[in-house]
Design a binder for this molecule. Structure first.
Ligand code: FAD
Ligand code: NAP
Length: 510
Protein backbone atom coordinates (compact mmCIF):
# COMPACT_ATOMS: atom_id res chain seq x y z
CA UNK A 1 0.00 0.00 0.00
CA UNK A 2 1.22 3.48 -0.76
CA UNK A 3 1.38 5.84 2.16
CA UNK A 4 -0.74 8.89 1.32
CA UNK A 5 -0.71 11.54 4.05
CA UNK A 6 -4.06 13.18 4.72
CA UNK A 7 -2.79 16.61 5.84
CA UNK A 8 -3.03 19.56 3.44
CA UNK A 9 -0.34 19.29 0.86
CA UNK A 10 2.28 20.55 0.79
CA UNK A 11 2.42 21.06 4.55
CA UNK A 12 2.97 24.75 5.43
CA UNK A 13 6.73 24.52 5.92
CA UNK A 14 7.21 21.36 3.90
CA UNK A 15 10.19 21.37 1.61
CA UNK A 16 7.74 20.45 -1.15
CA UNK A 17 7.19 24.19 -1.23
CA UNK A 18 10.81 24.50 -2.20
CA UNK A 19 11.07 25.73 -5.72
CA UNK A 20 13.59 24.51 -8.21
CA UNK A 21 15.31 27.28 -10.10
CA UNK A 22 14.14 29.87 -7.59
CA UNK A 23 10.42 29.65 -8.44
CA UNK A 24 7.77 29.25 -5.84
CA UNK A 25 5.73 26.11 -5.79
CA UNK A 26 1.98 26.51 -5.45
CA UNK A 27 -0.21 24.58 -3.03
CA UNK A 28 -1.58 21.51 -4.78
CA UNK A 29 -5.08 20.21 -4.13
CA UNK A 30 -5.57 17.08 -2.06
CA UNK A 31 -4.87 14.01 -4.19
CA UNK A 32 -2.66 15.88 -6.66
CA UNK A 33 0.84 14.85 -5.52
CA UNK A 34 3.43 13.38 -7.88
CA UNK A 35 2.52 9.93 -6.59
CA UNK A 36 -1.13 10.58 -7.42
CA UNK A 37 -0.07 11.57 -10.94
CA UNK A 38 1.95 8.38 -11.34
CA UNK A 39 -1.11 6.39 -10.27
CA UNK A 40 -3.28 8.17 -12.82
CA UNK A 41 -0.80 7.47 -15.62
CA UNK A 42 -0.88 3.76 -14.71
CA UNK A 43 -4.68 3.63 -14.57
CA UNK A 44 -5.07 2.96 -18.29
CA UNK A 45 -7.13 6.15 -18.75
CA UNK A 46 -6.83 7.77 -22.19
CA UNK A 47 -4.94 10.95 -21.23
CA UNK A 48 -4.44 12.33 -24.75
CA UNK A 49 -7.96 11.83 -26.02
CA UNK A 50 -6.49 10.04 -29.05
CA UNK A 51 -7.13 6.47 -27.87
CA UNK A 52 -3.47 5.53 -28.04
CA UNK A 53 -2.87 6.90 -31.58
CA UNK A 54 0.22 9.02 -32.20
CA UNK A 55 -0.17 11.79 -34.76
CA UNK A 56 2.00 14.23 -36.64
CA UNK A 57 1.31 17.74 -35.37
CA UNK A 58 1.63 20.81 -37.57
CA UNK A 59 2.45 24.19 -36.06
CA UNK A 60 -1.05 25.42 -36.97
CA UNK A 61 -2.60 22.46 -35.14
CA UNK A 62 -0.40 22.98 -32.08
CA UNK A 63 -1.44 26.64 -31.82
CA UNK A 64 -5.13 25.64 -31.62
CA UNK A 65 -4.60 23.70 -28.37
CA UNK A 66 -3.93 26.66 -26.10
CA UNK A 67 -6.62 26.43 -23.42
CA UNK A 68 -6.43 24.88 -19.94
CA UNK A 69 -8.80 22.07 -20.85
CA UNK A 70 -7.15 21.55 -24.23
CA UNK A 71 -3.47 22.33 -23.83
CA UNK A 72 -0.72 20.90 -26.01
CA UNK A 73 2.94 21.73 -25.52
CA UNK A 74 5.93 20.77 -27.66
CA UNK A 75 9.17 19.77 -25.92
CA UNK A 76 12.13 18.86 -28.12
CA UNK A 77 9.95 18.06 -31.08
CA UNK A 78 7.46 15.89 -29.16
CA UNK A 79 3.95 17.17 -28.45
CA UNK A 80 2.17 16.43 -25.15
CA UNK A 81 -1.42 17.01 -24.09
CA UNK A 82 -0.73 18.46 -20.63
CA UNK A 83 -4.34 19.28 -19.67
CA UNK A 84 -4.68 16.18 -17.44
CA UNK A 85 -1.40 17.15 -15.73
CA UNK A 86 -2.39 20.79 -14.99
CA UNK A 87 -3.52 20.24 -11.41
CA UNK A 88 -0.48 18.12 -10.59
CA UNK A 89 2.12 20.62 -11.82
CA UNK A 90 4.12 21.78 -8.75
CA UNK A 91 4.79 25.14 -10.47
CA UNK A 92 1.05 25.74 -11.00
CA UNK A 93 -1.31 25.86 -13.95
CA UNK A 94 -0.39 29.41 -15.00
CA UNK A 95 3.26 28.47 -15.35
CA UNK A 96 2.33 25.56 -17.64
CA UNK A 97 -0.05 27.76 -19.64
CA UNK A 98 2.88 30.03 -20.58
CA UNK A 99 3.83 27.38 -23.13
CA UNK A 100 0.29 26.46 -24.21
CA UNK A 101 -0.02 25.74 -27.92
CA UNK A 102 3.66 26.40 -28.54
CA UNK A 103 7.19 25.09 -28.29
CA UNK A 104 7.99 25.10 -24.56
CA UNK A 105 11.50 23.68 -24.87
CA UNK A 106 13.36 26.85 -23.88
CA UNK A 107 10.98 27.59 -21.02
CA UNK A 108 11.25 24.01 -19.79
CA UNK A 109 15.05 24.13 -19.95
CA UNK A 110 15.19 27.40 -18.04
CA UNK A 111 13.10 26.08 -15.17
CA UNK A 112 13.78 22.37 -14.77
CA UNK A 113 15.86 20.83 -17.46
CA UNK A 114 16.57 17.86 -15.18
CA UNK A 115 12.96 16.74 -14.79
CA UNK A 116 12.41 13.52 -16.63
CA UNK A 117 9.40 14.65 -18.64
CA UNK A 118 9.65 11.80 -21.16
CA UNK A 119 8.85 9.33 -18.40
CA UNK A 120 6.43 11.55 -16.44
CA UNK A 121 4.39 12.56 -19.48
CA UNK A 122 4.65 9.44 -21.61
CA UNK A 123 0.90 8.77 -21.36
CA UNK A 124 0.25 12.35 -22.56
CA UNK A 125 2.23 12.00 -25.79
CA UNK A 126 0.21 13.17 -28.77
CA UNK A 127 2.94 12.70 -31.37
CA UNK A 128 5.81 14.44 -33.13
CA UNK A 129 5.94 17.83 -34.75
CA UNK A 130 5.65 17.64 -38.50
CA UNK A 131 8.94 18.53 -40.14
CA UNK A 132 8.90 21.91 -41.89
CA UNK A 133 11.41 23.24 -44.36
CA UNK A 134 12.20 26.24 -42.16
CA UNK A 135 12.28 24.79 -38.69
CA UNK A 136 11.64 27.17 -35.80
CA UNK A 137 14.52 27.69 -33.38
CA UNK A 138 13.28 25.61 -30.45
CA UNK A 139 12.99 22.54 -32.62
CA UNK A 140 16.47 22.51 -34.00
CA UNK A 141 19.02 20.27 -32.42
CA UNK A 142 20.45 22.53 -29.73
CA UNK A 143 23.85 22.90 -31.35
CA UNK A 144 22.34 24.47 -34.46
CA UNK A 145 20.10 26.95 -32.71
CA UNK A 146 21.39 30.53 -32.71
CA UNK A 147 22.98 31.04 -29.33
CA UNK A 148 23.19 34.61 -28.03
CA UNK A 149 26.23 33.63 -25.97
CA UNK A 150 28.04 32.19 -28.97
CA UNK A 151 30.40 35.16 -29.30
CA UNK A 152 31.61 34.79 -25.73
CA UNK A 153 32.16 31.06 -25.95
CA UNK A 154 35.65 29.73 -25.17
CA UNK A 155 37.68 28.28 -28.02
CA UNK A 156 36.49 24.79 -28.92
CA UNK A 157 38.72 21.94 -27.72
CA UNK A 158 39.89 19.30 -30.16
CA UNK A 159 41.07 15.72 -29.78
CA UNK A 160 43.47 13.21 -31.21
CA UNK A 161 44.55 9.66 -30.42
CA UNK A 162 47.57 7.41 -30.62
CA UNK A 163 48.35 3.82 -29.66
CA UNK A 164 50.97 1.37 -28.51
CA UNK A 165 50.64 -2.43 -28.64
CA UNK A 166 48.52 -2.50 -25.50
CA UNK A 167 47.18 1.03 -24.99
CA UNK A 168 45.10 3.62 -26.81
CA UNK A 169 45.48 7.20 -25.59
CA UNK A 170 42.85 9.81 -26.39
CA UNK A 171 44.16 13.33 -25.98
CA UNK A 172 41.83 16.29 -25.50
CA UNK A 173 43.39 19.68 -26.13
CA UNK A 174 41.24 22.01 -24.03
CA UNK A 175 43.21 25.16 -24.92
CA UNK A 176 42.65 26.28 -21.32
CA UNK A 177 45.10 26.47 -18.46
CA UNK A 178 44.03 25.35 -14.98
CA UNK A 179 42.05 22.32 -16.04
CA UNK A 180 41.32 19.93 -13.15
CA UNK A 181 40.47 16.26 -13.10
CA UNK A 182 36.90 17.15 -12.17
CA UNK A 183 36.47 18.92 -15.53
CA UNK A 184 36.31 15.63 -17.42
CA UNK A 185 33.71 12.89 -17.01
CA UNK A 186 34.38 9.62 -18.78
CA UNK A 187 32.04 6.66 -19.21
CA UNK A 188 32.41 3.43 -21.14
CA UNK A 189 29.12 1.56 -21.34
CA UNK A 190 27.83 -0.95 -23.89
CA UNK A 191 30.70 -0.33 -26.33
CA UNK A 192 30.08 3.40 -26.29
CA UNK A 193 32.88 5.64 -25.10
CA UNK A 194 31.92 9.07 -23.81
CA UNK A 195 34.18 11.82 -22.48
CA UNK A 196 32.57 15.13 -21.56
CA UNK A 197 34.87 18.03 -20.75
CA UNK A 198 33.42 21.06 -18.99
CA UNK A 199 35.06 24.35 -19.87
CA UNK A 200 33.51 27.38 -18.24
CA UNK A 201 29.79 26.95 -18.99
CA UNK A 202 30.41 24.83 -22.07
CA UNK A 203 30.54 21.13 -22.72
CA UNK A 204 32.81 19.35 -25.20
CA UNK A 205 31.78 15.78 -25.96
CA UNK A 206 33.72 12.90 -27.42
CA UNK A 207 31.22 10.12 -28.11
CA UNK A 208 32.46 7.15 -30.03
CA UNK A 209 31.53 3.56 -30.72
CA UNK A 210 35.03 2.12 -30.31
CA UNK A 211 36.31 -0.07 -33.14
CA UNK A 212 37.75 -2.66 -30.73
CA UNK A 213 37.09 -3.88 -27.22
CA UNK A 214 38.86 -2.29 -24.27
CA UNK A 215 39.21 -3.29 -20.63
CA UNK A 216 36.79 -1.77 -18.13
CA UNK A 217 39.33 0.29 -16.26
CA UNK A 218 41.18 3.23 -17.75
CA UNK A 219 43.15 6.15 -16.41
CA UNK A 220 42.65 9.87 -16.81
CA UNK A 221 45.40 12.41 -16.30
CA UNK A 222 45.89 16.09 -16.79
CA UNK A 223 48.99 17.58 -18.31
CA UNK A 224 48.88 20.84 -16.40
CA UNK A 225 49.78 24.23 -17.84
CA UNK A 226 49.09 23.05 -21.39
CA UNK A 227 45.47 22.11 -20.65
CA UNK A 228 45.83 18.62 -22.09
CA UNK A 229 43.70 15.70 -20.85
CA UNK A 230 44.90 12.17 -21.57
CA UNK A 231 42.58 9.20 -21.28
CA UNK A 232 44.54 5.96 -21.44
CA UNK A 233 42.52 2.90 -22.49
CA UNK A 234 43.79 -0.66 -22.20
CA UNK A 235 43.22 -2.82 -25.28
CA UNK A 236 41.69 -6.24 -24.68
CA UNK A 237 43.84 -7.65 -27.51
CA UNK A 238 47.22 -6.40 -28.65
CA UNK A 239 46.18 -5.63 -32.21
CA UNK A 240 46.76 -2.46 -34.13
CA UNK A 241 43.63 -0.28 -34.51
CA UNK A 242 43.19 1.36 -37.91
CA UNK A 243 40.60 3.79 -36.57
CA UNK A 244 39.31 4.81 -33.16
CA UNK A 245 35.71 4.01 -34.00
CA UNK A 246 32.55 5.62 -35.37
CA UNK A 247 31.01 8.86 -34.15
CA UNK A 248 27.89 8.63 -31.99
CA UNK A 249 25.29 11.28 -31.11
CA UNK A 250 26.70 14.80 -30.53
CA UNK A 251 30.29 13.62 -31.01
CA UNK A 252 32.87 16.43 -31.18
CA UNK A 253 30.26 19.07 -30.28
CA UNK A 254 31.11 22.08 -28.14
CA UNK A 255 27.89 23.63 -26.86
CA UNK A 256 26.59 25.50 -23.81
CA UNK A 257 26.26 23.04 -20.94
CA UNK A 258 22.66 24.09 -20.36
CA UNK A 259 21.81 22.64 -23.80
CA UNK A 260 23.13 19.16 -23.05
CA UNK A 261 21.06 16.34 -21.60
CA UNK A 262 21.86 14.78 -18.27
CA UNK A 263 23.82 11.57 -18.56
CA UNK A 264 23.37 8.83 -15.96
CA UNK A 265 25.36 5.77 -14.93
CA UNK A 266 24.29 3.00 -12.53
CA UNK A 267 26.03 3.05 -9.16
CA UNK A 268 25.95 0.41 -6.47
CA UNK A 269 24.91 1.05 -2.89
CA UNK A 270 27.88 0.12 -0.71
CA UNK A 271 26.76 1.25 2.73
CA UNK A 272 24.06 3.15 4.59
CA UNK A 273 24.63 4.51 8.11
CA UNK A 274 22.34 6.37 10.50
CA UNK A 275 23.56 9.89 11.20
CA UNK A 276 20.53 11.35 13.01
CA UNK A 277 17.06 9.90 13.69
CA UNK A 278 16.04 10.66 10.09
CA UNK A 279 19.23 11.34 8.13
CA UNK A 280 21.57 8.71 6.69
CA UNK A 281 24.99 8.64 5.08
CA UNK A 282 24.77 6.70 1.81
CA UNK A 283 27.89 5.50 0.03
CA UNK A 284 27.56 4.70 -3.67
CA UNK A 285 30.22 3.19 -5.88
CA UNK A 286 30.74 4.36 -9.45
CA UNK A 287 31.17 1.68 -12.11
CA UNK A 288 34.83 0.81 -12.81
CA UNK A 289 34.39 2.24 -16.30
CA UNK A 290 33.46 5.72 -15.09
CA UNK A 291 35.64 8.65 -14.16
CA UNK A 292 33.61 11.30 -12.34
CA UNK A 293 34.44 13.73 -9.56
CA UNK A 294 31.76 16.11 -8.38
CA UNK A 295 33.20 19.63 -8.10
CA UNK A 296 32.83 21.41 -4.77
CA UNK A 297 29.46 23.11 -4.37
CA UNK A 298 27.79 21.10 -7.15
CA UNK A 299 25.02 18.52 -6.96
CA UNK A 300 23.97 15.48 -8.97
CA UNK A 301 20.59 13.92 -9.69
CA UNK A 302 19.69 10.48 -8.40
CA UNK A 303 17.25 8.48 -10.48
CA UNK A 304 15.03 5.59 -9.41
CA UNK A 305 12.12 3.94 -11.13
CA UNK A 306 9.13 4.18 -8.82
CA UNK A 307 6.07 2.19 -9.88
CA UNK A 308 7.24 2.28 -13.48
CA UNK A 309 8.05 6.00 -13.68
CA UNK A 310 11.57 7.37 -13.58
CA UNK A 311 11.84 9.88 -10.74
CA UNK A 312 14.81 12.20 -10.41
CA UNK A 313 15.81 14.31 -7.38
CA UNK A 314 18.90 16.45 -6.70
CA UNK A 315 21.41 15.61 -3.95
CA UNK A 316 24.74 17.14 -2.93
CA UNK A 317 27.70 14.81 -2.49
CA UNK A 318 29.60 15.19 0.77
CA UNK A 319 32.92 13.96 2.18
CA UNK A 320 32.72 10.77 4.25
CA UNK A 321 33.62 12.81 7.33
CA UNK A 322 34.47 16.38 8.31
CA UNK A 323 37.59 15.25 10.08
CA UNK A 324 39.36 13.12 7.49
CA UNK A 325 42.16 14.61 5.41
CA UNK A 326 40.81 16.65 2.54
CA UNK A 327 41.54 14.82 -0.72
CA UNK A 328 39.88 16.68 -3.54
CA UNK A 329 40.03 17.76 -6.27
CA UNK A 330 43.22 15.97 -7.25
CA UNK A 331 42.68 12.35 -6.32
CA UNK A 332 42.26 10.28 -9.48
CA UNK A 333 40.04 7.21 -9.64
CA UNK A 334 37.96 8.20 -6.64
CA UNK A 335 35.23 5.60 -6.90
CA UNK A 336 32.98 6.42 -3.96
CA UNK A 337 30.36 9.14 -3.64
CA UNK A 338 28.78 9.94 -0.28
CA UNK A 339 25.42 11.57 0.37
CA UNK A 340 23.73 12.74 3.57
CA UNK A 341 20.04 12.24 2.89
CA UNK A 342 17.06 12.99 5.10
CA UNK A 343 14.33 10.38 4.80
CA UNK A 344 10.82 11.92 4.70
CA UNK A 345 8.41 9.10 5.65
CA UNK A 346 5.66 10.56 3.43
CA UNK A 347 8.05 11.64 0.67
CA UNK A 348 8.12 10.09 -2.78
CA UNK A 349 11.81 9.45 -3.38
CA UNK A 350 13.61 9.12 -0.05
CA UNK A 351 11.58 6.16 1.33
CA UNK A 352 12.44 4.26 -1.89
CA UNK A 353 16.09 5.15 -1.45
CA UNK A 354 15.93 4.02 2.15
CA UNK A 355 14.47 0.66 1.11
CA UNK A 356 17.40 -0.13 -1.18
CA UNK A 357 19.55 -3.06 -0.07
CA UNK A 358 23.33 -3.03 -0.06
CA UNK A 359 24.33 -4.05 -3.60
CA UNK A 360 21.28 -2.44 -5.26
CA UNK A 361 21.74 0.18 -7.98
CA UNK A 362 20.82 3.86 -8.31
CA UNK A 363 21.53 6.01 -11.35
CA UNK A 364 23.64 9.12 -10.80
CA UNK A 365 23.81 12.03 -13.23
CA UNK A 366 26.81 14.13 -14.15
CA UNK A 367 27.29 17.14 -11.86
CA UNK A 368 25.42 20.42 -12.12
CA UNK A 369 25.61 23.73 -10.31
CA UNK A 370 27.06 27.17 -10.54
CA UNK A 371 29.40 27.38 -7.57
CA UNK A 372 32.90 28.27 -8.76
CA UNK A 373 36.02 27.57 -6.78
CA UNK A 374 37.36 30.94 -8.00
CA UNK A 375 34.92 32.51 -5.51
CA UNK A 376 37.47 31.54 -2.85
CA UNK A 377 40.30 33.56 -4.36
CA UNK A 378 41.95 35.82 -1.78
CA UNK A 379 39.06 35.05 0.57
CA UNK A 380 39.50 36.18 4.18
CA UNK A 381 36.13 35.54 5.86
CA UNK A 382 33.78 32.70 4.96
CA UNK A 383 30.28 32.64 6.49
CA UNK A 384 28.04 29.62 6.02
CA UNK A 385 24.30 29.78 6.73
CA UNK A 386 22.69 26.34 6.59
CA UNK A 387 19.26 24.99 7.55
CA UNK A 388 18.61 21.25 7.89
CA UNK A 389 20.11 19.28 5.00
CA UNK A 390 21.09 22.64 3.51
CA UNK A 391 24.26 21.82 5.43
CA UNK A 392 25.32 19.34 2.70
CA UNK A 393 26.99 21.78 0.24
CA UNK A 394 28.78 23.42 3.18
CA UNK A 395 30.71 20.23 4.03
CA UNK A 396 33.12 20.17 1.09
CA UNK A 397 33.27 23.97 1.06
CA UNK A 398 34.33 23.97 4.70
CA UNK A 399 36.93 21.26 4.17
CA UNK A 400 38.30 22.85 1.03
CA UNK A 401 38.49 26.37 2.45
CA UNK A 402 40.28 25.33 5.65
CA UNK A 403 42.80 23.27 3.67
CA UNK A 404 43.43 25.31 0.54
CA UNK A 405 42.90 29.04 1.08
CA UNK A 406 46.03 30.58 2.58
CA UNK A 407 44.42 34.03 2.99
CA UNK A 408 41.52 32.67 5.07
CA UNK A 409 41.29 34.09 8.60
CA UNK A 410 37.83 33.06 9.72
CA UNK A 411 35.14 30.49 8.86
CA UNK A 412 31.81 30.60 10.69
CA UNK A 413 28.85 28.28 10.31
CA UNK A 414 25.39 29.22 11.57
CA UNK A 415 23.40 25.99 11.50
CA UNK A 416 19.58 26.20 11.85
CA UNK A 417 17.64 23.12 12.95
CA UNK A 418 14.42 22.30 14.71
CA UNK A 419 15.88 20.35 17.65
CA UNK A 420 19.25 19.14 18.93
CA UNK A 421 18.46 15.66 17.57
CA UNK A 422 18.28 17.09 14.05
CA UNK A 423 21.83 18.47 14.01
CA UNK A 424 23.88 16.56 11.46
CA UNK A 425 27.46 15.70 12.49
CA UNK A 426 27.29 17.88 15.62
CA UNK A 427 30.22 16.22 17.38
CA UNK A 428 32.38 16.34 14.24
CA UNK A 429 31.61 20.05 13.90
CA UNK A 430 32.53 20.67 17.52
CA UNK A 431 35.76 18.68 17.14
CA UNK A 432 36.66 20.62 14.02
CA UNK A 433 36.05 23.94 15.79
CA UNK A 434 38.30 22.74 18.62
CA UNK A 435 41.02 21.58 16.20
CA UNK A 436 41.03 24.64 13.92
CA UNK A 437 40.88 27.99 15.66
CA UNK A 438 39.76 29.75 12.47
CA UNK A 439 36.47 27.82 12.56
CA UNK A 440 33.45 28.70 14.74
CA UNK A 441 30.03 27.18 14.88
CA UNK A 442 26.73 28.54 16.13
CA UNK A 443 23.67 26.27 16.39
CA UNK A 444 20.21 27.90 16.24
CA UNK A 445 17.13 25.83 17.09
CA UNK A 446 13.53 26.65 16.15
CA UNK A 447 11.90 24.07 18.43
CA UNK A 448 14.36 23.39 21.26
CA UNK A 449 13.65 21.61 24.52
CA UNK A 450 13.71 23.62 27.75
CA UNK A 451 17.28 22.42 28.41
CA UNK A 452 18.69 24.19 25.36
CA UNK A 453 20.64 27.30 26.31
CA UNK A 454 21.99 28.17 22.88
CA UNK A 455 20.44 30.45 20.24
CA UNK A 456 16.75 30.01 19.33
CA UNK A 457 14.41 31.06 16.55
CA UNK A 458 14.60 31.55 12.81
CA UNK A 459 16.97 33.45 10.55
CA UNK A 460 16.59 37.14 11.53
CA UNK A 461 18.32 40.54 11.24
CA UNK A 462 19.44 40.34 14.87
CA UNK A 463 21.05 36.91 14.50
CA UNK A 464 22.79 37.82 11.24
CA UNK A 465 24.12 41.23 12.18
CA UNK A 466 25.76 39.80 15.28
CA UNK A 467 27.14 36.77 13.41
CA UNK A 468 28.44 38.36 10.21
CA UNK A 469 31.29 40.48 11.58
CA UNK A 470 34.23 40.91 9.20
CA UNK A 471 37.61 40.05 10.70
CA UNK A 472 38.98 43.30 9.25
CA UNK A 473 37.13 46.40 8.04
CA UNK A 474 37.48 45.58 4.38
CA UNK A 475 38.15 41.87 4.45
CA UNK A 476 37.06 39.86 1.45
CA UNK A 477 33.91 37.96 2.42
CA UNK A 478 31.87 35.12 0.97
CA UNK A 479 28.52 34.11 2.46
CA UNK A 480 27.03 30.77 1.37
CA UNK A 481 23.39 30.04 2.16
CA UNK A 482 21.35 26.88 1.73
CA UNK A 483 18.18 25.36 3.16
CA UNK A 484 14.42 25.34 2.49
CA UNK A 485 13.78 27.86 -0.29
CA UNK A 486 11.81 30.32 1.89
CA UNK A 487 14.71 30.27 4.37
CA UNK A 488 17.20 30.99 1.59
CA UNK A 489 15.07 33.74 0.07
CA UNK A 490 14.57 35.38 3.45
CA UNK A 491 18.31 35.10 4.19
CA UNK A 492 19.25 36.76 0.89
CA UNK A 493 16.88 39.68 1.61
CA UNK A 494 18.41 40.14 5.06
CA UNK A 495 21.94 39.99 3.69
CA UNK A 496 21.13 42.72 1.16
CA UNK A 497 19.64 44.79 3.97
CA UNK A 498 22.94 44.38 5.81
CA UNK A 499 24.70 45.81 2.72
CA UNK A 500 26.39 42.67 1.52
CA UNK A 501 26.75 42.76 -2.27
CA UNK A 502 25.57 40.13 -4.75
CA UNK A 503 29.16 39.01 -5.33
CA UNK A 504 29.57 38.33 -1.64
CA UNK A 505 26.59 35.96 -1.49
CA UNK A 506 26.22 32.48 -2.98
CA UNK A 507 22.86 30.76 -2.60
CA UNK A 508 22.35 27.11 -3.40
CA UNK A 509 19.26 26.18 -5.41
CA UNK A 510 18.51 23.54 -8.05
P1 FAD B 1 8.80 14.73 -1.32
O1 FAD B 1 7.87 13.77 -1.95
O2 FAD B 1 9.28 15.89 -2.12
O3 FAD B 1 8.15 15.22 0.04
C1 FAD B 1 8.80 16.17 0.85
C2 FAD B 1 7.89 16.59 2.00
O4 FAD B 1 6.55 16.83 1.60
C3 FAD B 1 7.82 15.56 3.09
O5 FAD B 1 7.80 16.24 4.32
C4 FAD B 1 6.56 14.86 2.87
O6 FAD B 1 6.09 14.37 4.09
C5 FAD B 1 5.69 15.98 2.32
N1 FAD B 1 4.66 15.39 1.42
C6 FAD B 1 4.89 14.69 0.30
N2 FAD B 1 3.71 14.30 -0.25
C7 FAD B 1 2.73 14.79 0.56
C8 FAD B 1 1.32 14.77 0.53
N3 FAD B 1 0.62 14.16 -0.44
N4 FAD B 1 0.63 15.37 1.54
C9 FAD B 1 1.30 16.01 2.54
N5 FAD B 1 2.65 16.08 2.61
C10 FAD B 1 3.36 15.48 1.64
N6 FAD B 1 18.19 16.53 0.43
C11 FAD B 1 19.00 15.79 1.22
O7 FAD B 1 18.52 15.10 2.13
N7 FAD B 1 20.36 15.78 1.02
C12 FAD B 1 20.95 16.51 0.04
O8 FAD B 1 22.18 16.47 -0.13
C13 FAD B 1 20.10 17.31 -0.81
N8 FAD B 1 20.64 18.06 -1.81
C14 FAD B 1 19.80 18.85 -2.56
C15 FAD B 1 20.37 19.63 -3.58
C16 FAD B 1 19.57 20.48 -4.31
C17 FAD B 1 20.17 21.33 -5.39
C18 FAD B 1 18.17 20.53 -4.04
C19 FAD B 1 17.27 21.47 -4.80
C20 FAD B 1 17.60 19.72 -3.09
C21 FAD B 1 18.41 18.86 -2.34
N9 FAD B 1 17.86 18.00 -1.39
C22 FAD B 1 18.70 17.28 -0.58
C23 FAD B 1 16.39 17.77 -1.29
C24 FAD B 1 15.99 16.57 -2.19
O9 FAD B 1 16.21 16.89 -3.55
C25 FAD B 1 14.49 16.17 -2.07
O10 FAD B 1 13.71 17.30 -2.26
C26 FAD B 1 14.20 15.51 -0.72
O11 FAD B 1 15.02 14.39 -0.56
C27 FAD B 1 12.73 15.10 -0.59
O12 FAD B 1 12.39 14.18 -1.55
P2 FAD B 1 11.18 13.15 -1.42
O13 FAD B 1 10.75 12.80 -2.81
O14 FAD B 1 11.51 12.04 -0.51
O15 FAD B 1 10.08 14.01 -0.71
P1 NAP C 1 13.96 21.48 8.26
O1 NAP C 1 14.51 20.51 9.23
O2 NAP C 1 12.50 21.43 7.96
O3 NAP C 1 14.31 22.99 8.66
C1 NAP C 1 15.58 23.38 9.13
C2 NAP C 1 15.46 24.71 9.84
O4 NAP C 1 15.03 25.72 8.90
C3 NAP C 1 14.41 24.66 10.96
O5 NAP C 1 14.86 25.40 12.05
C4 NAP C 1 13.22 25.31 10.30
O6 NAP C 1 12.34 25.92 11.22
C5 NAP C 1 13.89 26.38 9.45
N1 NAP C 1 13.00 26.88 8.42
C6 NAP C 1 12.18 26.16 7.63
N2 NAP C 1 11.47 26.99 6.83
C7 NAP C 1 11.84 28.24 7.15
C8 NAP C 1 11.47 29.53 6.68
N3 NAP C 1 10.54 29.68 5.77
N4 NAP C 1 12.06 30.62 7.24
C9 NAP C 1 12.97 30.48 8.22
N5 NAP C 1 13.35 29.28 8.70
C10 NAP C 1 12.81 28.18 8.18
O7 NAP C 1 14.78 21.37 6.89
P2 NAP C 1 15.01 20.07 6.02
O8 NAP C 1 13.79 19.19 6.06
O9 NAP C 1 16.32 19.45 6.38
O10 NAP C 1 15.08 20.66 4.57
C11 NAP C 1 16.25 21.20 4.05
C12 NAP C 1 15.96 21.91 2.72
O11 NAP C 1 17.20 22.27 2.14
C13 NAP C 1 15.17 21.10 1.71
O12 NAP C 1 14.17 21.93 1.23
C14 NAP C 1 16.17 20.82 0.61
O13 NAP C 1 15.57 20.80 -0.65
C15 NAP C 1 17.12 22.01 0.74
N6 NAP C 1 18.46 21.68 0.23
C16 NAP C 1 18.88 22.39 -0.83
C17 NAP C 1 20.13 22.13 -1.33
C18 NAP C 1 20.64 22.92 -2.51
O14 NAP C 1 21.73 22.80 -2.92
N7 NAP C 1 19.84 23.76 -3.08
C19 NAP C 1 20.95 21.17 -0.74
C20 NAP C 1 20.47 20.47 0.35
C21 NAP C 1 19.20 20.72 0.85
P3 NAP C 1 10.86 25.30 11.58
O15 NAP C 1 11.02 24.51 12.82
O16 NAP C 1 10.01 26.51 11.82
O17 NAP C 1 10.42 24.49 10.41
Amino acid sequence: MLNVPSQSFPAPRSQQRVASGGRSKVPLKQGRSLMDWIRLTKSGKDLTGLKGRLIEVTEEELKKHNKKDDCWICIRGFVYNVSPYMEYHPGGEDELMRAAGSDGTDLFDQVHRWVNYESMLKECLVGRMAVKSAVPKGMLPKSQAADPLAKESPVSPSYDWFQTDSLVTIVIYTKQKDINLDAVIVDYQNDSFRAETIIKDYSYLIHIGLSHEIQEEFSVRIVENVGKIEIVLKKTENTSWTCLGHPLENHNLFIPKKDTGLYYRKCQLISKEDVTHDTKLFCLMLPPSTHLQVPIGQHVYLKLTITGTEIVKPYTPVSDSLLSEFKEPVLPNNKYIYFLIKIYPAGLFTPELDHLQIGDFVSISSPEGNFKISQFQELEDLFLLAAGTGFTPMIKILNYALTNIPTLRKVKLMFFNKTEDDIIWRSQLEKLAFKDKRFDIEFVLSAPTSEWNGKQGHISPALLSEFLKRSLDKSKVLICICGPMPFTEQGIRLLHDLNFSKDEIHSFTA
